[in-house]
Design a protein around this ligand. Structure first.
Ligand code: ZN
Length: 527
């Protein structure tokens, strides 16, 4: 007896083993694998998967949906890609634990250019309460990382201050409690204040605490550090060595503007693993990065939180200081095109709507101002909520990261603005269509493994990421001959082709390529 039977397809089970014929029967939200000669007596629906691949649902190791999915629970950009589980609380920026309601509101404002500021009540008082908001109310399963910014805000506030032994002990205690309440690990985003004020030692202490509870350290590294190439990743690995604890380098890739090639970056991972460390990474398969425009500004101007930041943005002396630093350095995290590579989005004020999808260079030319005035004015006018899309991974070297055996997929999906990075709508289908089928840079089974059992192992999920008897029935059915991304830099909000059925906890969320409206997502808790 089964509620749903997926029959006639090729099972690519997530382990990396060759695909084989078989069926998946779903009973009480769990799966049972049937050999080709076995039959089941379905009381419910059947899916004819002839000619299709049946695989575990995809697990996304980096998503900016910590607020967004609560306001937009169908989560169509992601489920239409075959994503059944995603990780939030990334980049050090989790919306719990934050015991102070004022701090929660301030973090939402500060981070609105990245995670959005959806119209919703920000009224949870604990991490457990925050997690419960997702349970059965969103389309995908949700796992939470504890951001070190949240820990720092709660214990030390928003200033650039050192954490003494007592503060570190208190942050460890908060993290321990969060892990007991179900968090899967610790995240950092060392471009984003106040988490970026943390030292190597402080992060190592927190990593040790996460590891003690079975978690790991998920890091957006300190990109401005040292040579801005290898040193940021050396620090991340050092944090794991000192902790000790497992390290996951998120959105790990090589930029065209790096002083060396991709080899030395990947060697850092190789060497750490050869020395016995547990180091893994994820990459998104697009050339376009995206984050809040605020990332262009240095840490000092952001100290104290959003209110103080806005005062400084309006202050002539602060702008002069910015000018000295910024105009010499130029745009951060862009191609050599600099400010013309900074595409803006997510405007709320009517008079700024015309800048949606246009570049900072265009704003500068139109307003006859330099980059400092353009950025400060836009951020003030929009209460900080401006998003940017810039060049990210270099297309020439991206395949080395996508195909690397230790690598996984993290979409780094951002949902704000008319034109987000195409990674938000296309990441998993692009790997399957372009990297696997068209360019044959890796095999299908290997690609599916990197999207399923590998991230499940990283997250410590005992019953997801494989097609196995008794596992949670997170399943995707796709056509290996047609699966492809349709999202591009200019037209990023286009759904992919070839992702036909997506089942979350046994419930169809995508059926024949269309969303069913179901919201069966569960919270994935550390145990
Ligand atoms: Zn991110």
């Amino acid at each position: 007896m089964s509620e749903l039977l997926i029959e006639g397809g090729t099972l690519v089970d997530g382990s990396g083993a060759p695909g084989r014929p078989g069926s998946v029967a779903i009973e009480n939200g769990r799966m049972r694998i049937l050999e080709p000669q076995e039959t089941s007596d379905p009381t419910g629906a059947r899916i004819d998967a002839s000619g299709k691949v049946v695989a575990p649902g995809f697990i996304d190791l980096h998503s900016h949906s910590g607020l967004w999915v609560l306001a937009h629970p169908l989560h169509e950009p992601k489920v239409r890609q075959g994503v059944t589980t995603e990780v939030i609380g990334v980049d050090g920026l989790s919306y719990a634990p934050l015991p102070s309601a004022a701090d929660l509101r301030a973090l939402v404002e500060m981070n609105s250019g990245l995670d959005g500021a959806p119209d919703m009540a920000l009224d949870w008082e604990s991490l457990g309460e925050y997690l419960s908001r997702f349970e059965g109310r969103v389309a995908v399963n949700i796992g939470l990382l504890v951001g070190n910014s949240a820990l720092r805000i709660s214990r030390l506030g928003w200033d650039d201050v050192p954490a003494d032994a007592a503060a570190v002990a208190d942050m460890r205690a908060m993290l321990r409690e969060a892990m007991q309440a179900g968090a899967l690990g610790l995240s950092s985003g060392l471009d984003y204040p106040p988490g970026s004020y943390a030292t190597t030692d402080e992060l190592a202490e927190l990593t040790a605490e996460a590891a003690r509870a079975g978690g790991f350290y998920h890091t957006h590294v300190r990109y401005p550090l040292g040579d801005r190439y290898l040193d940021p990743f050396r620090e991340a690995i050092e944090i794991g060595r000192r902790g000790p604890g497992p390290v996951h380098l998120t959105h790990f890739y090589h930029r065209q503007t790096h002083p060396g090639g991709p080899g030395p970056l990947l060697e850092l991972v190789h060497d750490a693993r050869a020395a016995g460390m547990d180091v893994t990474f994820d990459t998104y398969p697009y050339e376009w990065a995206s984050t809040r425009l605020l990332i262009q500004l240095p840490g000092w101007i952001q100290a104290g939180g959003p209110a103080q930041l806005k005062e400084r943005l309006a202050d002539t002396a602060s702008r002069q200081r910015l000018r000295a630093e910024l105009l010499e350095r130029g745009a951060a995290y862009t191609s050599p095109a600099g400010w013309s590579d900074v595409r803006l989005g997510y405007f709320a004020r009517p008079h700024n709507m015309r800048w949606e999808g246009r570049t900072l260079a265009a704003v500068m030319a139109d307003r006859q101002v330099d980059a400092v005035d353009a950025i400060c004015d836009l951020l003030l006018e929009e209460d900080l909520r401006v998003n940017q899309v810039t060049a990210g991974p270099w297309s020439e070297t991206l395949p080395r990261f996508i195909a690397h055996p230790v690598g996984m997929i993290g979409t780094d999906s951002t949902f704000v603005g008319d034109k987000p990075s195409p990674r938000t709508y296309g990441s998993f289908p692009r790997v399957l269509g372009e990297f696997v089928r068209e360019r044959q840079l890796l095999g299908l089974e290997e690609a599916v493994r990197k999207m399923t059992s590998a991230p499940a192992a990283r997250l410590g999920l005992p019953d997801r990421g494989l097609l196995r008897d008794g596992f949670a029935a997170d399943v995707v059915v796709f056509d290996p001959a047609t699966v492809r991304s349709n999202a591009t830099y200019d037209e990023p909000r286009r759904f992919p082709d070839g992702i036909e059925h997506v089942i979350v906890n046994g419930v169809p969320v995508v059926k024949g390529g269309q969303h069913t409206g179901a919201l069966p997502g569960q919270v994935i808790r550390n145990r």
